[in-house]
Design a protein around this ligand. Structure first.
Ligand code: CP
Ligand code: NVA
Length: 326
C-alpha cells in the first residue's frame, strides 16, 4: 500500500490536489450542499481505522476520528497504555496484526523510524500523525489555511508562488514538513533559529531534494536573527520551543530562545509585509508568541486548527479510500 509518512512523499501536484480536495469538502459542508459527496459518506462503512498514539493529541485525534466517521467508518483510538505495542509486543508484530483487521493505521510516534517500520510491515496504508521529523496532516491544513488567506482564483494551482513564510523558533518536525511543502509549492521560507538549534544537515538535504521536484521551487533561507527572516514575510509562523519528548530540556531551551517570541513589535521591526498573517499548529505556549499576536486580528490559528478536519478527510480519501491514487 501507499503510505503518507511525510510531505516529501507527495509530488507538488499531489500536495496541491490534497489541499484543493480539503478545500472543496470544507466548502461543500460549510456553505454548499451541507455534506461531503454521497459516494464518500459510506466509503469506509463497516471498516475500522486504528489510531496508535504514543503521545497526547487534541487536533490530530479529533480531526482523524471525525474524518473517519464522516467516511462512514469507525475510528479505534489506541493510546500508549491501551495496547501491547512498545511494551509487550514489537512494531513488526503489531503492524501485521493491526493491518489484518483494519482499513488503515494512523500513528503518532516518537522516533520517525517507528512509523517507517510500521509502514514497512503493514498491509494497509499508514498515515503519520506526527513523528519527531514530520507532520504531513498539519502541512495539508496549513496550506489550506494559506490558500484561504491568499486566494488566487487559479483553477489548477494553489497560486501561492512568490509568497514568503517566516518561521521564527525551533527547527522541529512541523518546520521540516512545512519547508518541504513550501518548497514544492513555490513558497519561499525563511527560518530563524537560535545558534545550535538550526535545521540538521540531513534534513536540509531532504528539503533541497524537494526543490528538485519542481522548476518553480520555493527557496529556503536560514538565519539566527529573527528580524532578517521576517523581512517582507507574508506569513509569520512558530511552534512550541519544547516539543513532546523534550521536556527535560525546558529550562535550557527557554533560555536559548530568548528574543525569539513573535510580537507585533518584532514583526514591525523586522519589516513584515503590511497584512502579515500569523499561524501556529497549536498547542501554544505564551513564550513563543505574545497574546496580542496570538489572539489578535492577524492570527488565523483557530481557522488553521479547524482545517485539520478537512485535511484529515482529504488524506483519508486519498490514501485509504482511493488507495494512494491522488
Ligand atoms: N497540531 C497538532 O498536531 O495538535 P495535537 O498535538 O493536539 O494533535
Ligand atoms: N512540535 C510539536 C508539535 C505538536 C503538534 C511536538 O512535536 O510536540
Amino acid at each position: 500500500p501507499r503510505h503518507l509518512l511525510s510531505t516529501a512523499d507527495l509530488t507538488p501536484a499531489e500536495l496541491t490536489t490534497l489541499v484543493r480536495n480539503a478545500h472543496r469538502h470544507k466548502d461543500d459542508v460549510k456553505s454548499g450542499t451541507g455534506e461531503i459527496p454521497h459516494s464518500l459518506r459510506t466509503a469506509l462503512a463497516g471498516r475500522t481505522v486504528a489510531m496508535t498514539f504514543s503521545k497526547r493529541s487534541t487536533r490530530t485525534r479529533v480531526s482523524t476520528e471525525g474524518a473517519v466517521a464522516a467516511l462512514g467508518g469507525i475510528p479505534m483510538f489506541l493510546g500508549k497504555d491501551d495496547i501491547q505495542l512498545g511494551v509487550n509486543e514489537s512494531l513488526y508484530d503489531t503492524a501485521i496484526v493491526l493491518s489484518s483487521m483494519t482499513a488503515a493505521i494512523v500513528a503518532r510516534v516518537g522516533p520517525h523510524s517507528d512509523v517507517a517500520d510500521l509502514a514497512k510491515h503493514s498491509t494497509v496504508p499508514v498515515i503519520n500523525a506526527l513523528s519527531d521529523l514530520y507532520h504531513p496532516l498539519q502541512i495539508i491544513a496549513d496550506f489550506l489555511t494559506i490558500a484561504e488567506v491568499y486566494p488566487s482564483g487559479s483553477t489548477n494551482s494553489l497560486g501561492l508562488e512568490g509568497l514568503k513564510i517566516a518561521w521564527i523558533g525551533d527547527a522541529n518536525n512541523v518546520l521540516f514538513d512545512l519547508a518541504i511543502g513550501a518548497t514544492k509549492l513555490g513558497v519561499d521560507i525563511s527560518v530563524a533559529t537560535p545558534k545550535g538549534y538550526e535545521i540538521p544537515e540531513e534534513m536540509r538535504g531532504v528539503i533541497d531534494q524537494a526543490a528538485t521536484t519542481t522548476p518553480k521551487a520555493g527557496r529556503l533561507f536560514e538565519t539566527t536573527v529573527p528580524e532578517e527572516a521576517i523581512k517582507d514575510a507574508d506569513i509569520l509562523v512558530t511552534d512550541t520551543w519544547v516539543s513532546m519528548g523534550q521536556e527535560e530540556e525546558t529550562a535550557k531551551r527557554l533560555k536559548a530562545f530568548e528574543g525569539f517570541q513573535i510580537t507585533s513589535e518584532l514583526a514591525k521591526r523586522g519589516g513584515a509585509k503590511e497584512n502579515w498573517a500569523f499561524m501556529h499548529c497549536l498547542p501554544r505556549h505564551p513564550e513563543e508568541v505574545s497574546d496580542e499576536v496570538f489572539y489578535g486580528p492577524r492570527s488565523v490559528v483557530f481557522r488553521e486548527a479547524e482545517n485539520r478536519l478537512w485535511a484529515a478527510l482529504s488524506a483519508l480519501e486519498a490514501f485509504v479510500v482511493n488507495k494512494g491514487r491522488i
